[in-house]
Design a protein. Structure first.
Length: 372
């Protein structure tokens, strides 16, 4: 046994199970000492207490600095505690696990706070009139009005963009997976990857230049739908391509062995197998464009009345309604009513995207092939 008089933690020389070399190991590690089940909670409470004390001493404003200080103190303190009780190996495992959980919390907490804040601000204006009336004839200081005109415009534009983009995206994905070979397929893949990273305003400027300026037209709904379709196509291609790649090659080869043509194999074997994934990817692509704002400012404009015709005149959308109401809030005619309507429209937009995502999951389960 090594000299333990110099350290408060007794150690012995034991072989490393990985390298076989003998190295000093704490006795607690050999006997399997573990932290109690309440240790994470105690370490968390201590970290919060330390952060609050530091906030009071240094006079930190806001809670962001205190939050991240508590996280840092928790990670360091819990790791040191584990090293003292459980040994180096388990302390490393605790440290890695703590970082993973801390990263998860750092990602989830802002999302929850945003959703909670939008919910609290926007739910106060929810009513039957808010969903069934437009802002036509309603000034910024008048009560009443709603988002019916913006909701209709958003649903129309998203539907038109989906009709244009989804078939193109799915057929392109089929080509890349089933037929794509050579330089042309690589070029298509490259441009799809580039288009995924293109800012939405670029798509709006493209349509604005070639359609509105080229033909001397005023903003109208269909122009915005074209820009949304351009943004939607690469997302649909990439997601659908990944879903088609998940179909086992053995299914295709079995169909080919029976003499079934390739086009019929795709139609009868590949697509039905990947149907749940294709539906999910399509709805996620729809959710991707539902909240776009930049192209709509250029191409669609905004109106306070209901416009059912996407081929003529300005149209209202939920993002544009939020922008319009907050613009009035920041202007000389500001009032709490405009801010409340903006938050209500924002909450409706969030709920619409949430419904699309939940619907994608439910439809994926509905169309998922059942084992026989």
């Amino acid at each position: 046994m090594s000299d333990t008089g110099r350290s408060s933690t007794p150690t012995v020389d034991a072989p490393d199970p990985l390298t076989g070399r003998r190295r000093p190991v704490t006795v607690s590690a050999l006997v399997g000492a573990r932290l109690p089940s309440w240790a994470p909670y105690a370490a968390g409470a201590a970290a919060v207490g330390v952060a609050l004390i530091l906030k009071a001493v240094f006079g930190w404003e806001g809670w962001g600095t205190s939050f991240w200080t508590a996280v840092l103190v928790f990670v360091i303190g819990f790791t040191v505690w584990s090293f003292a009780v459980e040994g180096r190996r388990r302390a490393k495992d605790r440290f890695a696990s703590t970082l993973i959980y801390a990263s998860f919390v750092a990602a989830v907490v802002p999302l929850v706070l945003i959703l909670f804040y939008i919910g609290v601000k926007g739910f106060s204006v929810f009513s039957a009139d808010f969903f069934t009336k437009s802002m036509n004839g309603i000034t910024s200081r008048q009560e009443g009005g709603g988002l019916y005109h913006a909701l209709i415009g958003t649903l129309e534009l998203v539907a038109i963009a989906s009709i244009i983009a989804l078939p193109i995206g799915i057929f392109t994905a089929i080509y890349l997976v089933e037929y794509g070979r050579g330089k042309f397929a690589r070029a298509v893949t490259f441009f799809v990857d580039v288009m995924i990273g293109v800012p939405s305003i670029v798509a709006g400027l493209f349509v604005y230049t070639f359609l509105l300026l080229g033909f001397g037209l005023r903003p109208f709904g269909f122009a915005g739908a074209l820009a949304l379709a351009i943004l939607m196509i690469p997302v649909s291609v990439r997601a659908s391509e990944e879903m088609l790649k998940l179909v086992p090659r053995e299914l295709r080869e079995s169909s080919y062995a029976l003499g079934v043509p390739k086009w019929r194999t795709i139609l009868k074997v590949v697509l039905p197998t990947a149907m749940s994934g294709l539906i999910t990817s399509s709805l996620l692509a729809i959710a991707r464009i539902t909240g776009e704002t930049a192209p709509l400012i250029l191409l669609v404009g905004y109106t306070a009345r209901v416009n059912y015709d996407p081929l003529q005149g300005d149209m209202a959308t939920l993002p544009m309604m939020v922008w319009d109401q907050l613009g009035k809030r920041a202007g000389t005619t500001s009032s709490d009513l405009t801010e409340a309507r903006a938050w209500g429209a924002a909450l409706t937009l969030v709920l619409l995207v949430l419904i699309l995502n939940v619907g994608a999951r439910l439809l994926a389960r509905l169309f998922q092939p059942k084992a026989r």
